[in-house]
Design a protein around this ligand. Structure first.
Ligand code: ATP
Ligand code: MG
Length: 299
């Protein structure tokens, strides 16, 4: 049984008179104890999907299941989501109140779940900081007194406070330098090994995704175009967009042309070098290998 299942999710935003089709018939899953990556260029809808899973945005249609419980519609299912799913955002300096010390921020997160006395809370908070490689010395530091890497570790400690089963990581390292990124990725890996945590890892960095993921979903303008086991995606990228993304990660193409979304047709039609007549109708997924699916008529 998948831990998280996203089924046929549609999301539209209204911008004055313009309508943005942010998510188009999105299906995705995360299995227990594994990492599913969601990759795609800026503006393709990754954060929107994360926020829909956490219940920050309403969806227009579709269903989200957590352990087979329908958690669509946050009011009804707030408890299941709160207890099991947490999120870590890209910029830790924007996700903490600058007036709160590390202890105060973690204590506030802990109080959502329990009414522990302060002395007992100290133990739990110290333990979570230890999990992420920090110690009690950080209790009374303010966010501005920490480096980006340290504060992102505190974000993780906060996400872990009540031992959730799933953490949505929305570009968690894109504001960090290369060596700090490596350390955070190693930490995520260690936490997963220790407690069989699951991650939905959102990124446009294909090199990182290769390191951390088990399963990969490739999104283009709100639509999943290819998905499969990591090995299938990296050894045999098949959708023309996935091919370009992987070449770009290997620095074999200088830039990816700015996206265009083709409505009512294959979403990639505008850029596709292999256009066929059928592409005027959106393709459905075809199985092209073990654990490998692509939405393209070329297969
Ligand atoms: N609250 C909102 N109101 C209106 N439009 C929005 C809103 N949030 C996102 N959008 C639009 O939805 C689309 C998807 O945005 P989203 O933030 O999900 O992209 P993303 O893949 O996370 O991009 P990035 O990699 O830059 O973080 C964009 O066109 C964006 O302008
Ligand atoms: Mg985003």
């Amino acid at each position: 049984m998948a831990l998280l299942r996203v089924e046929k999710v549609e999301k539209y935003f209204k911008h004055r008179k313009e309508i943005v089709h942010a998510l188009d018939d999105v299906n995705l899953f995360v299995d227990p104890g594994t990492t599913t990556a969601l990759v795609g260029e800026s503006g393709c809808g990754k954060t929107t999907l994360a926020k829909i899973i956490l219940g920050f945005y309403r969806l227009n249609s579709g269903t989200i299941y957590f352990e087979d419980k329908n958690i669509t519609g946050i009011r009804r299912n707030q408890k299941v989501v709160r207890e099991n799913i947490q999120i870590v955002f890209q910029n830790p300096f924007l996700s903490f109140d600058p007036r709160y010390t590390v202890f105060a921020a973690l204590y506030e997160a802990l109080r959502v779940f329990t009414r522990l006395k302060k002395s007992k809370s100290k133990e739990v908070i110290a333990e979570r900081l230890k999990d992420v490689g920090l110690n009690e010395r950080y209790f009374f530091q303010y966010p501005h007194q920490l480096s980006g890497g340290e504060l992102q570790r505190v974000s993780l400690a906060r996400a872990l406070i009540n031992r959730p089963k799933l953490i949505v990581l929305d570009e968690p390292t894109s504001s960090l330098d290369v060596s700090t990124t490596v350390k955070i990725i190693e930490l995520l890996d260690k936490l997963q090994q220790e407690s069989s945590l699951s991650y939905l890892f959102i990124s446009h960095n294909l090199k990182l995704v290769k390191k951390i993921s088990d399963y990969v979903f490739v999104m283009y303008y709100g639509k999943i175009v290819e998905y499969g086991a990591k090995e299938a995606i990296y050894n045999n990228p098949s959708h023309p967009y996935t091919k370009i993304l992987i070449k770009a990660a290997q620095q074999k193409v200088k830039e990816i042309k700015e996206g265009v979304r083709s409505e009512g047709a294959c979403v990639y039609l505008g850029h596709c070098p292999y256009k066929l007549k059928q592409c005027l109708q959106p393709p459905s997924f075809r199985k092209i290998g073990e654990n490998h699916f692509v939405a393209c008529y070329c297969f």
